[in-house]
Write a protein of this length. Structure first.
Length: 465
């Protein structure tokens, strides 16, 4: 990083917001993806779209790799500065600009914590449904960049279903709005949805317009223990075929529950020895009588399988405890072992085949896996545990197993990621899901936006492309 470049960046954002010391660079050089650390050459903290525009003009002129950095809660390495360069921290863009109660919309900057936004609109009787497990720490901008989902995606959809319009700074420094603040828009190409899920490779998102919903007033939450994990997966499709669309339908196999219960204090959930999996099922709405009928119908479905006694959460404290157990699985696994987390997604009817196949592949390559996730939309998270595996097995054999898991997933008409994105760690598996022509078409789109390939390079596209 040449002194003249550092001076230009300092002139844009001020000396207080430029960092070249090793400690700061290391801090912004990692996310939650395994144990990777890729420090940028310099960390820059702009305050607004205008400053970001000027930073990107410098980066484009000097062809400096520039990586947008959010809350660093991602699991695909999307925020890693793998070619060093500029680490563009978005943390100062952290305002909720406007909550429009008349039109049920909110305008927000990218560094607003997702849970903070959800609580702010809830105070006005409104509902933003997207609720990643990391909602207490992840940012809205990262959610948009990765098209994040969450437990309630099964009924309400994922981030893309709520983004109406985006202010974006392009790699050449131009600032554009991608769409309009309207619920319908058939005017030209849909640049808004192209940006959603683009993982910081096409532009830097600086403002986000989201649609909101009225807040529901009631919900029922139940925990259903199954003696066979495959039957828990089978029950997922059966519930939908019975005409019920839960607001959440989460799967946790036995190891996930055990690790979470050890990790989280104050949870009093008794799990019988023979229970192999749980479904956490929620229905919500405004009419308690209707919800009770739906819960009774769900009970009629799950009772066709081998289950233990169903736990109904009677109080808000019980509901919060059950959700805490589910949301803590990833943290619990991380606290106990080095692991790799994969983000498979298939049509929900074939979940039993996916789960059984993952276990067979694990036996073949000698690794343990802990599976859980958003079963209602077919999204199964697979945590591969290192345990006592040798360095050679971890680096050579396990990736072979991961490739087989993805090949199985695609053969079941699924794909590589439901909500975590591709980023750095999954890019060399993209050939499983896409042909070379398909990948080259995506790469040409990237080139149109970013001909100098400065913005988040080394992500999404395979090294072999």
């Amino acid at each position: 990083m040449q002194p003249e470049i550092l001076q230009k960046l300092t002139d844009i954002v001020g000396a207080a917001y430029i960092f070249t010391d090793q400690e700061t660079r290391n801090h912004y050089g990692h996310d939650e993806t395994e144990n990777y650390v890729f420090p940028p050459s310099v960390v820059v903290k702009p305050a607004n779209a205008k400053e970001i525009s000027e930073v990107l003009k410098v980066a484009n002129d000097y062809k400096i790799p520039t990586t947008p950095i959010g809350a660093r809660t991602g699991l695909s390495g999307g925020a890693l500065s793998i070619y060093q360069g500029i680490g563009l921290s978005m943390e100062r863009l952290n305002k909720i600009i406007e909550i429009d109660e008349q039109n049920l919309q909110v305008i927000v900057e990218p560094a607003v914590i997702t849970q903070v936004l959800r609580e702010a609109v809830a105070e006005k009787g409104l509902f933003y449904p997207v609720d990643p497990s990391s909602q207490g720490s992840c940012w809205i901008g990262g959610n948009v960049a990765e098209n994040s989902g969450g437990a309630r995606a099964v009924k309400y959809g994922v981030t893309k279903d709520y983004v109406l319009n985006l202010e974006v700074v392009l790699p050449n420094g131009e600032i554009i709005w991608t769409g309009a603040n309207t619920l319908k828009n058939s005017t030209g190409y849909n640049l808004t949805q192209l940006m959603v899920g683009s993982e910081g490779t096409l532009g830097v998102i600086t403002k986000i317009v989201l649609k909101l919903l009225p807040q529901n007033t009631h919900n029922i939450l139940m925990l259903v223990p199954f003696y066979h994990a495959s039957q828990a997966c089978e029950a997922v499709s059966a519930i939908f075929r019975a005409g019920i669309v839960p607001s959440a339908l989460e799967f946790m196999e036995r190891d996930a529950i055990d690790w979470s219960l050890k990790f989280v204090d104050g949870l009093n959930v008794q799990v019988k020895e023979d229970v192999q999996a749980h479904l956490l099922i929620e229905v919500d709405g405004n009419y308690p009588d209707v919800l009770m009928l739906e819960a009774e119908k769900i009970m009629g479905v799950v009772e066709e399988f081998e289950i233990d006694e169903v736990l109904f959460a009677d109080t808000e404290d019980q509901k919060n405890a059950l959700w805490k157990m589910r949301r803590s699985v990833a943290e619990a696994v991380k606290a106990n072992s080095i692991y790799k987390e994969e983000d498979t997604v298939v049509p929900r009817y074939v979940l039993p085949e996916l789960l059984q196949g993952i276990k067979s592949i694990g036996k073949k390559y000698g690794f343990q896996s802990v599976c859980y996730g958003h079963a209602g939309d077919g999204n199964l998270h697979v945590n591969i545990i290192r345990g006592a595996l040798s360095e050679e097995a971890w680096k050579i054999e396990v990736p072979k197993g991961i490739r087989e898991i993805f090949e199985l997933t695609v053969s079941l008409r699924g794909t590589l990621s439901g909500e975590h994105g591709i980023g750095f760690v999954q890019k060399n598996f993209m050939d499983i899901a896409f042909s070379k022509n398909h990948l080259e078409l995506m790469e040409r789109i990237k080139y149109v936006f970013d001909p100098n390939n400065i913005l988040n390079p080394g992500k999404i596209f395979p090294d072999s492309l």
